[in-house]
Design a protein around this ligand. Sequence first.
Ligand SMILES: Nc1ncnc2c1ncn2[C@@H]1O[C@H](COP(=O)(O)OP(=O)(O)OP(=O)(O)O)[C@@H](O)[C@H]1O
Length: 705
Amino acid sequence: MTPPDTRHRHRTPDPAAPDHDHQLDHQLADERRYLSAARAALDLLLDTTRMRVATGADIAGDGYTAETLGRMLRGQAKALAEEPDSPLYFGRLDFGSTREAGEHDGQRYYIGRRHLADPTGTPLVLDWRAPVSRAFYQASTTDPQGVRTRRRFGWTTRRNLPAELTGFEDEHLDRPAEHLPAEDELSGLVAAEIERPRIGPMRDIVATIQPEQDRLVRSGLEESLCVQGAPGTGKTAVGLHRAAYLLYTYPRRLNRTGVLVLGPNTAFIRYVSGVLPALGEVDIRQSTLDELLARQPARQPARAIDNASAAEVKHDVRMATVMHRALYAHLTEPTGPLTVPDGSYRWRVSTEALRRLTAEVRREGLPYSLGRERLRARTVALLQRHAETRETPGAAWVRRMSRCRPVTAFLDAVWPAVRPEELVASLLGEPAVLTRAADGVLTADEQATICRRRPVKARSAVWTSADLVLIDEAAGLIEHPEGFGHIVVDEAQDLSPMQCRAIARRSEHGSLTVLGDLAQATTPWAARTWPDQLVHLGKPKAPVLPLTTGFRVPAVVVGLANRLLAVLDVDVPPSRSLRTDGQLRIERVADLPAATVAAVRVALEQPGSVAVIATDRELPALTEALHTAGVDTTTADQADGSARVTVLPAALAKGLEYDHVVVVEPAAIVAAEPRGAHRLYVVLTRAVSRLDILHARPLPAPLEG
Ligand SMILES: Nc1ncnc2c1ncn2[C@@H]1O[C@H](COP(=O)(O)OP(=O)(O)OP(=O)(O)O)[C@@H](O)[C@H]1O
């Protein structure tokens, strides 16, 4: 992170100090000395870690340990090596001598991204996630939490040079009489950080997390929560910082069970994927749900596309019932006795006993494959009871009977093994199977909509994204998947009930951070209310908590976008923007490509990223005009920071942000899909500083006037 090149000082002169500036210079000199000591400690740590990398392989007992240790140390060395140039800390806390200060009475702590100690083990910088750091984010004049002074540091960073400490800003929380920023007024350093141009991927916000965000970030691992927040209120940032916080606070549990971050598309994952490594967390999986399901259980990506009505049926929660019925339709009643030869004996289990056993196991409600194995074990136990009349069968006998042909043939007839993709292939490819499973659940039309015209072979089938979700549902019925200790689900308003179930299966024993905005819901199956969505996600009791302060979208743009809220028919709390610096320009033009080129040229005069957003139909002409005019562009999927202008379809804009956004023909964005007004709301709220709206057709009604 690169805070701005500003020198910040006390907000109010201290009348008791005759030479106020002189005193500040002294303080800055003290701070620079502390920084030198911290840097020296870091250099030492780096040398030691490098040495351990070199010797790690020799001291490890075996190859595996050597590799793991080596990987860990190399990662640590790399992280540390990156550290010297970046600010080592961003804040300082001075505790007073009040009762509230408790064990921190009179202590001073520096707060940074990572813990740093001197060679004697004395901490020089505390990790922002440490319990005492909480006060840095949450203490206020009304609730100082024992803190006397909170200091924020200003730095300049220049390529390949260590970050330079240029100033600081103090808040004296123990002096309420002094002029202090109101609770909702931002400090100068925080405001400057929030308004800094966005270039490249998303940054962490660790130096400026706000109290309402911090409370969410630091919720315990047991707590699942759902955050409803308007565009730019920091939902994604909160989710990522919460993942890092949880890993720090519950390392044992989460290193074993893992943390997963789910986002809506690959462009989004690309945009946010640098935040966690910057916070020192490299072992968190970040993926789209499609990618996750393609890896396991489908083992292939979606390569076909459903038509809209088929997708809608497949994503409907009733498909869970259909899948369940299709799977359990494989079970049959035993129709004859089981006879098993055993040396010179033959053991026999009656039809009646087999029926009883099968019914018993069904009632246990185990996952399908576990049920099959339970039936096998119970059948063998019955055989064993017969055998015991002659001898005492041992473990080898039990193993042999378990795998013997008659027992397996009995199971194959009564409780056959089923593979998830075979189940989906037969359901979608064989009308009789579908009719039987969907009778009374899906209408005949709905059945016809999802039934493929030709039979599908599981091995050669080409699946759609919705099919992968069905395969996952089938896999989950057959065998519980391995779960994660915590899953952060971003843009959760867009998930279908069936997608929610795929996530619920993976967090049955873990917790969720659900992030979203009902007003930005654009899929046909999107959530209308959070309680419904949370039921599908398996966490019906998770509280729905609002974030209402916007950090991205300038007030003037929020004002315009909010006019759309009235036609979106969603119940979301209003938000307010912290940004007063924005610009909005709406222009009716005759030639959209030419106007776009002109707008982009003006946009490029200012620092920061630029995006041109339009419908898929509009984009080729705009891209061509930009290229003809010599403007270098990139796409959201490729954005690597080399070109400043990204051209992207409205459908891909979700979760992304750019300093200057040029939205072309809003009416076309609204008309392009059933939830087009929601899409336009998303598109308009991508701008960090400036928004141009170019239109040849009349504007959508709510934006007029
Ligand atoms: N406390 C903060 N300090 C500095 N920047 C912040 C803070 N909170 C959020 N931001 C910035 O505001 C921008 C919006 O944040 P984020 O993308 O997390 O919002 P969001 O609620 O997920 O938005 P959307 O719903 O549009 O996807 C980001 O650039 C983020 O870094």
